[in-house]
Write a protein that binds this ligand. Structure first.
Ligand code: PLP
Length: 376
């Protein structure tokens, strides 16, 4: 039990109204007014024509890969510095993930390594078919460079903006750059439906296919008839109601998380922590700072983490790279050492949108004190 959690849900109080409507109408399955309305509201917010609500971002990534025709033995590129939910769906399709390391500005996929990997794989007659592009912790990746390389080599992009609702690049919302984009509404995200996600695209056929496949690939017939293998991945109308209330406060939530990050940055950028670094927000990028992440330096994470733990405050190490995970050791990789370095020296601090300035001051003080004796 913690007194302060890493990224707890922040409800508005208006969720009940939409849930109640779903219960009153008796539409508690994946059909109903909340589903239709939440999809429309997301399309408007993201400024993208088509959206399909799904049970999780993981399910959305799986559907996206299936819709883009990923199948057995295909190669799908994916950052190593990410969460396993980006990799597992590649393996569900029987394709092979190949891991790519990070650059040290945004900590996201390194475009230089992306080109190296593609050229090398083409030489080996194993041209990658798709890339899962991740904006870790809500910070925009180097989108222009990455998309231009993918276009040059005709590689499809599944944009994993699971962490990044409300973040933008060149004024355009993250999640809307890929052939298909995915956003998460898990309980720890910037807004939540308890669990859930959305798949979006400018391509109407992709999103119609997602709705069809996510609802068991049922045909519009009075008996069950299946032309394709489907999934039970459609969001329920009750949970979509939670999302409708949450989306109304997204701008406030982004502001709170950005303020958390700014406050930590000011408080931690002192002589005490000499090497402190954080994810750079590119000039044309705007992060939602879903989590406040900092690189403290090798071996400094553990003392900070332990001191916070003793104060009943939750923190986490940065992503443990996928190429170091026992489950994924057998897959290909192109590395520059950055993801491993970030894992050894980086921390995610409590980032909830209900944190007070005083709580952040206390957390920063605990981190500073814990490091004072090791970082001289
Ligand atoms: C980068 C990234 N992708 C995908 C996911 C999976 O999201 P979900 O829990 O909605 O399946 C997460 C969840 O934390 C994530 O951080």
């Amino acid at each position: 039990m913690f007194s302060i959690y890493l990224s707890p849900p922040h409800l508005t109080g208006f969720e009940n109204k939409f849930i109640e409507e779903a219960l009153q109408s008796n539409w508690v399955s994946p059909y109903g007014n909340n589903i239709d309305a939440f999809e429309k509201e997301l399309e408007e917010y993201l400024d993208i024509p088509y959206a399909a609500l799904v049970t999780s971002a993981t399910a959305g990534i799986h559907l996206a890969l299936v819709i883009l025709g990923i199948e057995k033995n295909d190669i799908v590129l994916v950052p190593t510095f990410t969460f396993a939910a980006c990799v597992n769906p590649i393996i569900y399709t029987s394709a092979e993930p190949v891991f790519l390391d990070s650059e040290l500005d945004t900590w996201n996929l390194d475009p230089v390594l992306l080109r190296t990997a593609i050229e090398d794989l083409i030489q080996k007659k194993r041209k990658p078919k798709a890339l899962v592009l991740v904006h870790s912790y809500g910070v925009p990746a180097k989108i222009t460079e990455i998309l231009s390389i993918c276009k040059e080599f005709d590689i499809k992009v599944v944009e994993d903006a699971a962490d990044a609702l409300g973040a933008t690049y060149n004024g355009q919302k993250l999640g809307t750059f890929g052939d298909i984009g995915i956003i998460s509404f898990n309980g720890n995200k910037i807004i939540t439906t308890s669990g859930g996600g959305v798949l979006v695209s400018k391509n109407k056929e992709y999103v119609e296919r997602a709705k069809y496949l996510s609802n068991q690939a049922k045909e519009n017939l009075p008996y069950y008839h299946h032309e394709a293998v489907g999934f039970n991945y459609r969001m329920s109308n009750v949970l979509a109601g939670i999302g409708r209330a949450q989306l109304k406060v997204i701008d406030e939530r982004v502001n709170s998380r950005r303020n958390n990050y700014q406050q930590y940055k000011t408080l931690l950028s002192s002589n005490t922590i000499k090497d402190i670094q954080s994810q750079t927000e590119l000039l044309n990028g705007f992060s939602n700072r879903w989590l406040s992440t900092f690189y403290l330096g090798e071996n400094l994470v553990l003392p900070a983490h332990q001191a916070l733990q003793e104060a009943h405050i939750e923190s986490r190490f940065l992503w443990k790279p996928m190429h170091l995970q026992p489950a994924f050791l057998r897959y290909g990789k192109y590395l520059n050492g950055n993801a491993a370095k970030l894992f050894e020296g980086g921390i995610c601090l409590p980032s909830g949108s209900q944190l007070t300035a005083t709580q952040i001051e206390n957390i920063a003080a605990i981190v500073r004190n814990s490091l004072a004796h090791v970082n001289v």
